[in-house]
Each structure stands twice: as C-alpha cells, then as structure tokens.
Design a protein around this ligand. Structure first.
Ligand SMILES: *Cc1c(COP(=O)(O)O)cnc(C)c1O
Length: 368
C-alpha cells in the first residue's frame, strides 16, 4: 500500500501526510482491493461493508456516520427504465460523504489536527461534517456566490469560512497557497477521496446481483465520482467479479465543458460565452485530474455529453414532478442521462441523484 506519483512512478509511504508529490504532481494510491462476498453480505448496509477494498488498515478507528449503500431505485425517463442511486440521501445531502468518510478517517489516523478545503459547496459541507465528527479544525475557502444554505450548513458543523474574491479558480489558487502550511483535505487532489467515491461502483455491482451495468452516467465536474467509478469497477474486474468495465459517460454543462473539448481532441471548441451555469457543482473550468477523467471515458469506451441551461431547468422540473427534489447540478446529470437513453434504449444504465435540492433554494427558484 503506497502513495504513487503516476507521472514519475515514485512511491511514497502511505502514512506520509502529503496530498501531492514533492514535484507538485498528483498522487494516486497503489492498493489491491479485496472482496469477500460472504463477509460483505453479513455486514450492515453501509459503504464500510467493503472494508478489505478500502486502503485503511483494519485496526484504524473509522470516522463514519454509517453512510452509503444508498437505494438503487428503478425509475423511468422518457419511458425507458434506469437505475438511479439516491445519493441525495447522504447525511450532508450529497455523495461527497463517500469521499469524506475515507479521507477524514485517514487524516485522523495520521494525527492531523487542522485541515483546509475549497469547494463550490457540497465537498465543503462533507469535509466540514466529518471534521466535526473527527474533532479536527476545518477551514473552507469559498466564493461569495456559493449557495447561502451550504455556507450555513458548513458553519453549523463548526467550520471556519474564508471568502475569496474572484472566480472558482482564484479560490483554488488561494487554497493551494494556504496548503503550504495546512493539510489540504481536497476532494480533487487528495487520492483518499476517490478511495471513498469508488464504493459507488461496488454498491451498484452488488445491487445488480454482483454484475456490472452496461453504462453509468455521471457528473463531470472535478470527476471525483467518475474517477471513483473507474477505480471501483477496475477493482471489481481485477478481483474477477465482473468481466468488463461499464461505459463511463460524463456529463458537463455546455457553459463549462473542458472535458468535452479534450475528448473531441480540440476539434470542437466552445467559445467561452461568459455565462455561468445553474449547475454550480460541475462549473469547474480547470479540473486538476482532467487527463485521468479523459482516460476513464476513453478506456471504458464511454462518452462526454453536454447539456444546456434549458435542459437542466427542464429536467429539474421533470424530477420535481416525479417527487424528487434535487439540486440543479444533479439535474444536469439526469439531462445527460436522457440524451444517452435516446440512443441506448436496451442497455442496463445506472445514474444518480447527486445532491439534495434543499440547500440550493436560491438557484431552484429561478427554474420554477
Ligand atoms: C460535487 C458534485 C457534483 C460533481 O461531481 P465531481 O465529482 O466534481 O465531478 C455533482 N453533483 C453534486 C450534487 C455535487 O456535489
């Protein structure tokens, strides 16, 4: 079990309190996930049932709210049946809790007393909540435009809020500077986060009777769930549980689509029109793991789809009429799912409601 710089192949001790390599590169985790189906079935329905597949030594005390194993509902969009994971049901209201429970468990076991994080909202809420649970001091760097309900939520967990003037990228830059002095519990940089989001793939597989779906339609912001699925399905394949990787389909807002441009090899250019997107959770212009996101789509023979602001709002209203109150970012993924289903009517397709609508009222109001 090692931290690995995928660029230079250098390995670092698993228990070094680092979130990037000394050269400033990304880190991944080299670890062989194991699955004992009988043990798994006999454990409570939360994501830690895959204990031997998560790179945290067995004796470590978990920072956990017994999260995960979200329902996989059989729903229908445009008359086509799909499985939708209810990721809005997590304690903090989004699937970010998957990454936070694993990352903050590692942080606590390293004896770290203070973390910083930057976020367009939900990752900050999750890191703040699990920091509170672990009794670790937490500061979240934010843009002023972040949904006020998300900020109140972070403050309720006792997190300190640091406002940064400027774009989402300015916030990221300010956090990187502060990370010279404090441990960066980043959902995009820190490889432990993806070791939590990968449990989404395990759950889907178990809920389908230990089978892989044909395709999974996912948000394409920083790609933490996309990359989690890539790692998770590869783990299942390496363990001989599934025989092929599902196609990973990433959805971006047309107003912010760096992966879509990359996937089209630069043949498609999107003129920045200066407009933002309702889907604040995927408005990431420079995702740090962009080349890994591309690899996950290409290796699985997936695709990248973009959705317009009208599609996002229309899909959000459609979900409301089905009884699901989700945030606009989540509606973007479902709008992409609807596009995908048009041409893939016979596949087993899985997607998700990524976050609850309860904390994005300010943005929801504009879509009514
Ligand atoms: C973070 C988030 C996303 C985007 O996920 P990435 O991992 O950044 O691609 C989508 N929906 C919700 C609700 C989120 O919180």
């Amino acid at each position: 079990m090692n931290l690995i710089d995928p660029k230079t192949k250098s390995a670092f001790d698993f228990n070094e309190p680092i979130w990037q390599s000394p050269l400033g590169n990304l880190l991944d985790i080299d670890f062989k996930a194991q699955f004992n189906q009988e043990l798994i079935h006999n454990r409570p329905p939360n994501l830690w049932r895959y204990r031997e597949a998560i790179p945290i030594p067995l004796e470590v005390e978990l920072v956990s709210l017994q999260e995960g194993f979200t329902p996989l509902l059989d729903l229908s969009f445009d008359g086509i049946r799909v499985g939708i994971k209810q990721e809005q049901l997590f304690s903090t209201g989004s699937y970010k809790d998957r990454g936070a429970t694993v990352l903050m468990t590692q942080v606590k076991s390293l004896g770290i007393k203070k973390v910083i994080q930057d976020s367009s909202g939900n990752a900050g809420c999750a890191i703040a909540a699990y920091s509170a649970l672990a009794n670790i001091d937490c500061t979240i760097y934010l843009q002023k435009e972040t949904s006020p309900n998300k900020i109140i939520q972070m403050e309720s967990y006792g997190a300190h809020i640091q406002y940064i003037d400027g774009t989402r990228e300015d916030v990221a830059a300010a956090t990187i500077l502060a990370a010279k002095f404090h441990y960066y519990a980043s959902h995009s940089w820190n490889p432990f986060f993806m070791q939590g989001t990968k449990t989404f793939a395990y759950e889907v597989c178990e809920q389908l009777g230990w089978k892989a779906p044909d395709a999974v339609v996912l948000p394409g912001g920083n790609g933490t769930l996309l990359l989690g699925c890539y790692i998770g399905f590869k783990d299942l394949m390496a363990a001989g549980i599934i025989q092929k990787l599902p196609k990973l389909i990433a959805v971006q807002a047309a107003n912010c689509a760096p992966l879509f441009v990359e996937w089209n090899k630069g043949k498609v250019s999107i003129q920045p029109n200066g407009e933002t997107t309702l889907a604040e959770g995927i408005a990431i212009a420079n995702p740090i793991r962009l080349s890994q996101m591309l690899e996950s789509v290409e290796e699985t023979k997936g695709m990248v789809l973009t959705v317009t602001e009208e599609e996002i709002a229309e899909t959000w209203r459609e979900c409301g009429k089905k009884g699901f109150y989700i945030e606009p970012t989540s509606a973007a993924t479902i709008a992409g799912l609807k596009q995908y289903l048009k041409n893939h009517t016979t596949e087993t397709v899985i997607s998700l409601f990524s976050g609850s609508g309860l904390k994005s009222s300010d943005k929801n109001k504009k879509m009514l």
